[in-house]
Write a protein that binds this ligand. Sequence first.
Ligand code: ZN
Length: 321
Amino acid sequence: MSEEILPDIFRVEIPLPKNPLKAVNSYFIKNKNRNLIIDTGMKHQLCIDAMDNAIKKHNIDLNKTDFFITHLHADHMGLVKYLSTKSSIIYFNKPDENILKNDHFFDRMAEFAYISGFDRESIKQAFKDHPGTKYSPKTYPDFKIIEEDYVISIGNYNLRCVETPGHTNGHTCLFESEKKLIFSGDHILGSITPNISLWSLDENPLNDYFKSLEKIKKLNIELVLPGHRQVFKDCNKRINQLLDHHEKRLDEVLTIIKQGEKTPFETAQSMSWDLSYKSWDLFPVMQKWFATSEAFAHLKHLEYLKKIKRTIRNSTIFYYF
Ligand SMILES: [Zn+2]
């Protein structure tokens, strides 16, 4: 499926296998000199076939194509190695590159899951199912590292990089001020709430996310081109809904901790989740993993606001009121 959003800008839906997100958006911006592809899909045959077809249909010459990757997740960058050619520039950000190049990243994540209250057996299982280990290439091509305000120009479009940490540390959007549009990656989605997860005690991604939402609010945006689902208009209304959602989540987590000390895992277990499983025990381990890191992000922010406290016993973290 693809649609022309504005002259020479196409939204191409790349299906995702067995994934509640269903599909990721890849955007093709065509120009006679060089094309730009924003985000790519995972390294999975279903994505490869969809991408091959779209490239053919839109007559894209990969020898004249550059890439911009909004963030490190496999559904966004998994095919960049497959698609890029010798002449391709691949625009990417430094914080996410650091994670990709950290050989110990998954070990650290496993350790972090353990202190969050997971048992070792579940962690092992989660790694087998994790899209980052399953659908990412093993090595990456060289990136052109971009920062705030770097401008990529293609034809009539001047796309300015806007750093929006939160969903990942280095998440970056592309803003076109004249056309008043933003390629928002997974920072702002229309009908899905982007997942905000904690992977290290040194960070507060939820606070980063709030700041990044406020930052986008100040831009004059008429059209949002998100990483998943349909494009949409009222950007600031959606931002307010997302802020509201997390405020409610913070309240929920605070109420849970007020009832008694809990690990991040136990906190997630007590939270309500918009998933089709009847009970927490029926969640696949990967969903428990995402839920726990999401709960942890909220716990961390409440700790930062000095509303709850943290302690550690037997290598496990507990939060209390
Ligand atoms: Zn993502």
